[in-house]
Design a protein around this ligand. Structure first.
Ligand SMILES: [Zn+2]
Length: 185
């Protein structure tokens, strides 16, 4: 299992739809208001993963509609927020990839899949059949609506993975319309 590191997670509603690049801007603003170290600098690796160039802290960001979620930790992490909408075709594909069986995939597994790919540095790639391990029935806890600021001492015990990647995951409901997945590897 991955080493356990505390994760700081924040989320807020933005004025209007969140634009591309808002995650990186949000992470930089967070590092200015609450610096992770004496010389914070957001570096983006060739695999898309973000780290502080000063202290090595790992960062991840996600947005959906008008919601923005940011996370940072001393170990590799991925965070994903998804609005609850039906994407039946995409869910069928995901259920095949993760071999979820008759229960199929929902937006919960979709967020977990995205967060796992981000944590592994493979965001944007499409795993083959059987290459993604996700919980068939993930459990969630409710977050305060917004804005929220949360320190998670140990990411929950749901298992997620890809070939060569073992992770643990935790899932949240955010109001009635959004789910958030957090993955640590
Ligand atoms: Zn730092």
């Amino acid at each position: 299992m991955p080493e356990t590191h505390a994760v700081d997670l924040v989320g807020r509603r933005m004025p209007g739809r969140v634009l591309r690049g808002a995650g990186r801007r949000g992470l930089r603003a967070w590092n200015r208001s609450q610096p992770c170290c004496a010389a914070p600098r957001l570096d983006i690796g060739p695999d898309g993963r973000m780290r502080c160039g000063g202290c090595g802290m790992w960062c991840s960001a996600s947005h959906s509609r008008d919601r923005l979620v940011l996370a940072r930790s001393m170990g590799p992490i991925g965070v994903d927020v998804q609005v609850r909408v039906d994407r039946l075709r995409a869910m069928r594909v995901l259920a095949e990839v993760a071999q979820l069986g008759p229960a199929g995939a929902g937006v919960e597994q979709w967020a977990l899949a995205e967060a796992t790919l981000k944590a592994a540095g493979r965001a944007g790639s499409v795993p083959g059949r059987g290459e993604l391990t996700l919980p068939a029935a993930p459990t969630s806890r409710a977050l305060p609506d917004e804005p929220f600021r949360l320190r998670i001492e140990a990411v929950g015990a749901e298992s997620v993975g890809m070939p060569g990647v073992v992770g643990r995951a935790e899932q949240f409901t955010w109001g009635s319309g959004f789910v958030i997945a957090l993955v640590q590897i």
